[in-house]
Design a protein around this ligand. Structure first.
Ligand code: NAP
Length: 309
């Protein structure tokens, strides 16, 4: 495959960092567009990676940065809007995708790889609804598109095991809303590999790939398992829905929004793949136990290390 010039939106986060490293190994040149380059300078030291400040919601800016590129990858996504700003999901998922498609057309960029999520377009959450609307725009576009729909993604610094680990470190009892919701956690390295293969192989054009790992697990079990991997004895308390909803209402006001009403609505649907997207791309899914125990143990060691050593 000929190395390509790729512009990535939303590439400074958890998935983006893994993806950029993977794409760069294939010899591609990558331009990462971010709202604040100063926060992500370390990514700019990778060979053939350029990190640029840009307002990705502005058509002219986007078209200018896309000029001469072979492909765009859109990883922008939010799990929570700002309080009282109902349009945040629409702006980040739908309007941004619309602008990106127009900018690709203006800059004559033929290829778009779009990140979405399992169950996009289903259920009652703004998150999933706007994900579905963004997918519809991509499918209707004249671009050579590929869409990825992962379940929750695990790995170094994830928002699942690492997030629960930080809560379990301080809380002897953890009440969990929607503890029966089922997920199929997929490894971030496998997700990055799927994107890299999509860029390399034109047969992925026009396909939607659902990405899940080898296991389907309930949310409550994820938390219990995280505690076990950390060597901690913790009580995980599944909440009935009425209390779970109250927890979500309160969670919206807490720093870092551990849970919101919209998250609660998303959790009303199981996030398990109906087809094997990784397998279709020739990727063998990485098990949770092959990765997470070592990562969490390393995290524990860091936290126990005395300051200054
Ligand atoms: N992590 C998961 O378990 C999971 C599961 C399914 C789907 N996904 C989707 O995969 C994508 C990447 O996830 P992630 O975990 O890497 O997310 P992340 O760590 O939160 O990173 C999200 C990226 O999006 C950019 N971004 C956020 N809000 C934005 C806005 N309003 N306007 C412009 N850019 C914005 C940020 O870039 P800057 O701050 O640099 O501008 C950041 O790099 C997201 O679309 C997410 O919804 C993730």
């Amino acid at each position: 495959m000929k190395p390509q010039s790729i512009v990535v939106l939303g590439g400074t986060g958890f998935v983006g960092r893994h993806l950029v490293t993977r794409l760069q190994r294939d010899g591609h040149s990558i331009t990462l567009l971010t709202r604040n380059r100063d926060l992500h300078r370390e990514l700019g030291v990778l060979p053939r990676v350029r990190i640029v400040n840009a307002d990705v919601h502005e058509l002219a800016t986007l078209a200018r940065h896309l000029a001469g590129a072979d492909a765009a990858i859109n990883l922008v996504g939010i799990l929570n809007g700002r309080r009282g700003r109902g349009n945040d999901f629409r702006a980040a998922h739908v309007e941004l995708t619309r602008t990106l498609i127009a900018a690709c057309a203006q800059a004559r960029v033929p290829r778009l790889v779009q990140m979405s999520a399992l169950r996009a377009g289903e259920g009652e959450s703004d998150y999933l609804r706007t994900r579905g609307e963004a997918e519809a725009l991509v499918r209707a576009s004249p671009l050579a598109w590929t869409i990825f729909r992962p379940s929750v993604i695990f790995g170094d610094g994830d928002g699942l095991f690492f997030r629960f680990a930080s809560l379990l470190r301080i809380a002897p009892v953890l009440p969990i809303a929607r503890a029966h919701a089922r997920f199929q956690p997929v490894h971030v390295g496998d997700v990055a590999e799927a994107f890299a293969r999509a860029i390399a192989h034109p047969h992925s054009i026009g396909h939607v790939y659902e990405l899940g790992g080898p296991e389907v697990v309930a949310l409550g079990d994820v938390v219990r398992r995280t505690a076990r991997m950390m060597g901690k004895h913790r009580l995980v308390l599944p909440l009935p829905d009425a209390l779970g909803f109250m927890q979500a209402c309160i969670g919206e006001w807490l720093p870092g929004k551990p849970i919101s009403r919209d998250n609660f609505r998303s959790l009303g649907l199981d996030s398990a793949a109906r087809e094997d997207g990784l397998g279709a791309l020739g990727i063998v899914a990485t098990p949770i136990d092959a990765v997470m125990p070592a990562l969490l143990a390393r995290q524990n060691l860091w936290e126990r290390k005395p300051r200054g050593s």
